[in-house]
Design a protein around this ligand. Structure first.
Ligand code: XMP
Length: 319
């Protein structure tokens, strides 16, 4: 009968058969899919795998440090941590259109990854955390809908461009099975249960121009918000929660003084697959306490709103 331990052994054997003595590269984001893919392949072929973690400057507070530290402490894996934030943020200067943002980030990501991959002698394979639903979706969508709501950021264009073959050890699994496999492989629970995070990162939670100032404020507000959610034991009930910083300053009063700072919006949704979503019904107490904490603890924000739009008609992200 079918067990995760059995799947692990079988997947490892398949990876060895497919790859032989060739080199494999993997774009590691710290999300559960790419993490499990990397750990599994590392277990199968060890030194023949190199992972590249790209910091595009649009990550959450301490995320680059936490992800690289977790891998360095728990797994003996070749990991290149590439800080390319200057380049990404430079390219985003003056960009306000959501699709231009997404395309700018997506294209740079491929360029950066390509650059690191070329440094790895004889890389013939690209590892990807493709899941079973992605496989079905790409089949049923071919020749399908012509309306693109948002251009998705992933490494989809990479294999053709770089002439690489794909290794996709999660192709038969659903998300909950990937999580179970992650547990089997010793991935810390915090990484297994992490809310989804989009490839373009904080850029699409920062409507209008993305600036370092706004990103720093956003990171701090988001950290306080997620801390509140964890303290109230709500993290695992929510599909995804984050702060968006609005491109508008509003007037406030603090102590004896007038403030003129940014407004932000809290987002939290429940969902099964991200295709549809409902806003999360927080209590007024939770919302009030969170707004107070953010305004007191995050310089640069003096107004907090709660986004109560469901999907459809809204999308989960703001852009
Ligand atoms: P939307 O905003 O379209 O998001 O309702 C649905 C889910 O997809 C995530 N998302 C992305 N994930 N690359 C990703 O890997 C992207 O470009 C991207 N855009 C949105 C979003 O966070 C939500 O979970």
């Amino acid at each position: 009968d079918w067990t995760m331990a059995g799947y692990r052994e079988q997947a490892i054997q398949q990876i060895r058969d497919q790859v032989g003595d060739k080199q494999v590269i993997c774009a590691l984001s710290g999300g559960v899919d790419s993490s499990v893919t990397a750990i599994l392949i590392n277990e199968a072929i060890g030194d023949q795998l190199t992972c590249v973690f790209v910091d595009h400057g649009l990550l959450r507070k301490d995320e680059a440090i936490e992800v690289t530290r977790m891998f360095r402490e728990n797994y003996n894996l070749n990991l290149i941590a590439a800080d390319e934030s200057e380049m990404f943020l430079g390219a985003l200067e003056g960009v306000t259109d959501p699709e231009v943002k997404r395309k700018t980030i997506g294209k740079l990501f491929i360029d950066v990854f390509d650059k690191y991959a070329k440094e790895i002698d004889g890389a013939e394979f690209l590892a990807q955390g493709t899941l079973y639903p992605d496989v079905i979706e790409s089949v049923s969508f071919s020749g399908g809908p012509s309306v693109t709501i948002k251009s998705h950021h992933n490494v989809g264009g990479l294999p053709e461009k770089m002439g690489l073959k794909l290794v996709e050890p999660l192709r038969e699994l659903f998300k909950d099975e990937v999580r179970a496999l992650g547990r089997e492989l010793g991935l810390p629970e915090q990484f297994i249960r992490r809310h989804p995070f989009p490839g373009p990162g904080l850029a699409i939670r920062c409507p209008g121009e993305v600036t370092r100032e706004k990103l720093d404020i956003l990171r701090n507000a988001d950290a306080v918000y997620i801390d509140q959610i964890r303290k109230h034991g709500l993290y695992d009930e929510i599909w995804q929660a984050f702060v968006a910083i609005l491109p508008v300053r509003t007037v406030g009063v603090m102590g004896d003084g007038r403030t003129y700072d940014f407004a932000c919006a809290l987002r939290a949704v429940t969902s099964v697959d991200g295709m549809t979503a409902d806003y999360y019904p927080y209590t007024h107490e939770f919302l009030g306490e969170t707004a107070t904490r953010i305004i007191n603890e995050v310089p640069g924000i003096n107004r907090v709103t709660y986004d109560i739009t469901s999907k459809p008609p809204g999308t989960i992200e703001w852009e």
